[in-house]
Structure formats: C-alpha cells, structure tokens
Design a protein around this ligand. Structure first.
Ligand code: HEM
Length: 500
C-alpha cells in the first residue's frame, strides 16, 4: 500500500499541474457519464454539479473568504432560489423573504424536518433525533411545547427572570468598570454574562466571571469548530474536526449528567427551582415516557446552551462594534436613556415601549449582523413545490437570512447602519416582514422572547453606564465582515469604556 502511495506521489509530481487537472476533469466526467440518472426533477437553477463532489469545487472557490456574503454573486447568475449539491446531498437555498415564507410557513408541513441522516447529526442524536433542534414529528412538538411552557414557568418575559438579567447586567458593568478606562476585549465577559442567564434558567445557578465555567468553554469551542453550510452534509465530515466535536459533546453530556444527579438528590416537587426540576417532575409524573427520556433531556439542555449562548452573546458583541463605529447613534441612544431612565435606576422591559430609538438600534444590529446568517437547516419530508420548482423529499432547505436582511428590495442602503429605517414618520418602531433574524414558521427560534429581553436589558444597561470608544491608535473594528462558522461573530476587537 505504502509503495502504491509513493508511486502515485512520484507520478503526480512528475506531471505538470495542467495535466493533473485534465486527468481529474476526465475522471469526474467519466464518473458522471456512468452515474445512473434519477428521473428528471424540475430543480431550481444552480451551478454544475460534478459526480461525487457536487458543486463543492465552486463552493470552495466562492467561499474562500468564509463570509456570509460569499454566495451573493450566485443569485445574479441563478436567481433567488438555487439548487446546489454537496457530495450526493441536494440542497435548496432560498434567497428572498417571500420564498422563506412560502417554504417555512405556507408549506411548513413538508419543509419542517431536520436532515437527521447527515453524518454529524446521526452521530450526535441518532436517526430518530433528540432534543428540540435536531428532532422532528411528535417528539419535537412535545419537547418544544414543554420547553416553551417551562420558560414561561421560570419567568421568561416576567419580572422574576428580568431581575436576574438586571443583576447579571450589573456584574457585566462592574467587570468593565474594573478596567479603569483601559482598552480591553469585551468578548469573554459578554459570553459569561449571557451564558449565566441560560445557567440560571436551566441549572438555577450562575458562575463568577473569574471562575472558568467548563460548560461555557465547551460550547464556545464546539461552535468554533463548526464549518458553516458544509456541516449539513455527509461530505462535510472531511472538512470538519468531528473527533474533537464529538469529544466535546460527550464531555458536555457528562457535565449535564452531574447536574441532573445533584438536582435529583435535593428535588422537591413543591419547590421547582429550574428547568432540570421541571424535567424531573414531568418524568416522575410519567407523562409521555417515550418523549421525556434522558436522551431527550440531555439533548434539549445542550440545545439551549448551544442555541442560546453564542447567538445572543455575538449580537451584543456586534452591538458594541456598531456603537464605536457610529458614535452619533450611540449618543442618540444615550440621550433617550437620559430622558426615559436616567442614571438613578436599573433598566426594565417596561422602558422599551418608551425608547423607540434604542429598540430600533437593537433591531438594526440584528439586521446588519445576523448571528445565524443561514438559520438552521430544514429538510423536506415529501416532495413539494416552492417558487415554481420541485424540491424532492430528503432535500436540505436553507433560508439565506443574510441575503434577506441585506436585500436592497427590503432595506435601502443595506450595508449602512441606520436605526431610523425601523421608525415610521411618527417615530414609532415598525418591523417589516423582512425582520427574520429568528426565522419564521413553526420552527421559529424558541428563544426569541428570551433573546430580545436579554438584548434590551444588557445593551441598554451598557449604554446607560459607559461611552464606548475605539482605543487610541487602534483601527475601527470591521462592522461588515467577521468569522462565520454557522454562527457569525465579529473579529476580535478592543474597546475603551468611559464611565458616564
Ligand atoms: C440573537 C439571538 C438568537 C437568534 C438570532 C436566534 C436565531 C435562531 C434561528 C434562525 C433559528 C432556526 C429556526 C429555523 O429552523 O427556521 C433558531 C432556532 C432555535 N433557537 Fe434561536 N436564536 C437566538 C437565541 C436563542 C436563545 C436565547 C435560545 C434559547 C435559550 C434559542 C433557542 C433556539 C432553539 C431551541 C431553536 C430550535 C427551534 C426548533 O427547532 O424548533 N435561540 N434560532
């Protein structure tokens, strides 16, 4: 075997690159010619698909900058709905709000599954799925309903949780104040503050900022190892450090199991402390035992951590990028805070209705820097027509939220940070149908209410306490490009926080 590899290596290095390219092209075309044809499907237009690799070569070329903008030029060639193939996996990408609406709302009964057959999902949850994100059918509906009602029981949207977010915002302010006006990176402390809110909801506890929380580090590392759109395909495993990801996920399961055990020892059905207690309660009551299993329990908690930490944290990180880049917007937010809240009390959700400019600024952060640029992959459970084309059963369907939120037809000057676009002529907030950072339809983000509450209290508290600036001698952070692993985050940057 080793001899064959050496021989091939010698042979390839003795040929010129042009000869190798011709050889590869002839090989791929011959394989294509020999591949049995499936009956003709009225697919949406898309780039040429090679046998075995699909349009991966073109994707790699256009995606070499790894930005959510990489696919934008393709729409000029193929139109608003595109068909691509990665390896053997068919994918359809929806590039307008109308197409997203048609697929995820009108045709939701056919386009709301997840591609559980994909290697990475199969390895994580099995072909039958688990938890909320990677699940379908009855179990998904029940777990989603249970998680939403638990959120309500635990105070999401109510005073009890608001107070915990206000407390956490104060810890965050304190940690920034400790920098004494020196430049610092806000990245990790924002992550810790946001992750503490999920910890409070799920485990009933928070961690101090100087105590490293293994759970947070674990989730952070896992999300950084993902590879965007490729993760949704079997083929993606070649490019994804799956071994490392699975080791981290196994460790996360151990950490959750430890918490479950601790809760079981002190469980009191009359004193429900958090999400874990609610789960213990529902299992003890024997409700739907096939759904309320330990497997589903671990996965749902992992989902809440994965989906609920880096998304909100990166929205807040982007918000500071935009505030230091647009000091006039920051100033207007602070004027509104002076008029409505002042310095004498903490920010509360009731203030939001009287603070349209601040709300519009947060909406503009969600739009300009969508942390889930391609949402989460859907899959078809049967053949369905979308945009006049056929999407067969077993196709992955992705909504290009980044394009929708940067489409000139929806938002004028889409690459400019303009909170005013969210205000009507009387200064009231108006959300257009293209406000889709949380997606739409039955799979719409389950944590939307929590995320909006956190974004408002954290952002407004930071603006109430500090003026944020670019440190002397440092460049302005990039407000358009960032790191995209499926979650879109800003490049590392520093700020100076001057006490107001
Ligand atoms: C800025 C913050 C957030 C954004 C932009 C966001 C965005 C999204 C998007 C685009 C989806 C995919 C929906 C679809 O499949 O069509 C999603 C799903 C989900 N999100 Fe969020 N999310 C955020 C925060 C949160 C938080 C705080 C939580 C929970 C604590 C959460 C929990 C979930 C869950 C469980 C799902 C899966 C829903 C399902 O499959 O039924 N998210 N989110």
């Amino acid at each position: 075997m080793a001899n064959i590899v050496v021989f091939l290596g010698d042979l390839l290095s003795s040929l010129g690159p042009a000869t190798v390219l011709v050889f590869v092209a002839v090989l791929l075309l011959s394989l294509w010619a020999l591949t049995p044809r499936t009956p003709r499907v009225n697919w949406p237009p898309g780039p040429f698909c090679f046998p075995m690799v699909g349009c991966l070569p073109q994707l790699i070329i256009s995606g070499r900058r790894r930005q959510p903008t990489d696919l934008l030029p393709w729409y000029d060639t193929y139109g608003d709905i595109m068909h691509i193939k990665i390896g053997e996996q068919h994918m359809v990408i929806l590039g307008t709000k109308e197409l997203q609406q048609e697929a995820f709302v009108k045709k939701a009964s056919s386009v709301s599954e997840r591609p559980l057959w994909v290697y990475i999902f199969d390895r994580l949850v099995g072909k039958d799925g688990a938890g909320v994100i990677m699940n379908s059918g009855h179990a998904w509906k029940e777990l989603r309903r249970f998680t939403l009602s638990s959120f309500r029981d635990l105070g999401v949207g109510k005073h009890s949780l608001q107070e915990r977010i206000q407390d956490e915002a104060r810890y965050l302010v304190q940690s920034m104040e400790d920098e004494n006006g020196n430049p610092f990176s806000p990245r990790d402390r924002i992550g810790k503050a946001v992750s503490n809110i999920i910890s409070i909801v799920v485990f009933g506890t928070r961690w101090n900022y100087d105590e490293p929380s293994e759970m947070l580090t674990n989730v952070d590392q896992t999300l950084r190892l993902l590879t965007g759109i490729l993760i949704f395909t079997d083929f993606g495993r070649v490019f994804t450090p799956t071994k490392k990801i699975f080791a981290l996920v196994d460790r996360l399961r151990e950490l959750i199991a430890q918490e479950l055990e601790r809760h079981r020892q002190t469980f009191d059905p009359n004193d429900i402390r958090d999400f874990i207690d609610l789960f213990i309660k529902v299992t003890q009551e024997g409700q739907d035992p096939e759904v309320f299993t330990e497997k589903n329990f671990f996965r749902t908690i992992a989902d809440l951590y994965m989906a609920g930490t880096d998304t909100t944290a990166n929205t807040l990180r982007w918000s500071l990028v935009h505030m230091v880049n647009e000091p006039h917007v920051q100033k207007k937010v602070q004027q509104e805070i002076n008029e409505v809240i002042g310095q004498g009390r903490v920010v509360k959700m009731e203030d939001k209705i009287r603070m349209p400019y601040t709300e519009a600024t947060i909406l503009e952060v969600f739009r300009m820097s969508p942390v889930a640029p391609f949402g989460v992959a859907h899959a078809t459970s049967e053949s369905v027509e979308v945009g006049g084309y056929t999407i067969p059963k077993g196709t992955i369907v992705i909504a290009d939220q980044y394009r929708i939120l940067h489409d000139k037809c929806n938002f004028e000057d889409p690459y400019q940070f303009k909170p005013e676009r969210w205000l009507d002529s009387s200064g009231k907030v108006t959300k257009s149908g293209a406000y889709i950072p949380f997606s739409t339809g039955p799979r719409v983000c389950l944590g939307k209410g929590l995320a909006e509450m956190e974004a408002f209290i954290f952002f407004t508290t930071l603006m109430q306490n500090f003026v944020f600036k670019v440190p002397n001698g440092e460049k302005h952070p990039n407000g358009i490009e960032g790191i995209n692993t499926g979650v879109f985050m800003p490049y590392p940057y520093n700020v100076v926080a001057v006490r107001r």
